[in-house]
Design a protein around this ligand. Structure first.
Ligand code: ADP
Ligand code: MG
Length: 214
């Protein structure tokens, strides 16, 4: 494996992600207030404050353990539909996978691809339904493209974050087919999906961590 992060760096990367989500609470609240019930920022901040604590408190013996801890913590603390969805984003990707002491782009792409497919199966949303899937799918595609071209970890995560951003922006063009936003019909056009925004913040933070803090 060329250009990898070890277990401690994987933990540091997700700690950085957690700080970014906690810092974005107000933005996420504003976005979800326009289209949903306004609870998305609170839920995400609650979940990722718990992630900050959980990741800081223990040692991990594999990269997959770090993912598992993030996902289980979100599932346990966020509650509701989005707790399951964001828990799935981290837990389902490592289910049944062998353990690693280092992660490269291909490993990250494999984990997040499996998680995305599990999320789509669970929530039944597809690209264009104005959900977190709209940002998640192109983010995974960015990781896969990076892995296929064997670019550096920084470059691959930058492709991933750029994909997530495009997908997040694309949600403005869509009518919602899930959640509370569904009842808005075509009035949802022009408004951005909150869950897709969180997915972008997560991948953007991973990219920023890799380029600035590694
Ligand atoms: P709630 O919908 O319970 O208020 P949140 O506000 O925390 O929960 O999260 C809403 C986000 O969840 C939406 O912005 C959307 O991205 C995502 N979401 C909702 N339903 C689905 C689904 N079926 N599949 C994927 N994502 C979904
Ligand atoms: Mg909501």
């Amino acid at each position: 494996m060329k250009d990898t992060i070890n277990i401690r760096q994987t933990r540091d990367m997700f700690l950085f992600v957690a700080h970014k989500i906690v810092d974005s609470e107000q933005l996420l609240t504003e976005i979800d207030s326009k289209l949903g019930d306004g609870d998305h920022g609170f839920g995400m901040a609650l979940g990722f404050k718990a992630v900050e604590k959980a990741l800081g408190e223990r040692e991990f013996s594999t990269v997959e353990d770090v993912f598992q801890e993030v996902g289980m913590t979100l599932l346990d603390t966020m509650g509701g539909a989005s707790g399951v969805l964001f828990g799935t984003m981290f837990i389902s990707g490592v289910a049944g996978k062998e353990s690693h002491e280092r992660a490269d782009l291909a490993l990250l792409a494999g984990i997040f691809r499996q998680a995305l497919e599990a999320l789509k199966k669970r929530g039944r949303a597809r690209v264009g339904d104005k959900t977190m899937v709209d940002a998640f799918e192109p983010a995974v595609a960015g990781l896969e493209e990076g892995a296929a071209k064997a670019v550096s970890l920084e470059e691959g995560l930058a492709l991933c974050a750029a994909g997530a951003k495009k997908g997040m922006e694309y949600t403005r063009e869509c009518v919602a087919r899930f959640g509370r936003a569904k009842s808005y019909g075509t009035r949802a056009i022009g408004l951005q999906d909150a869950g897709a925004t969180s997915v972008w913040i997560i991948f953007q933070a991973m990219s920023d961590w890799a380029s600035e803090h590694r």
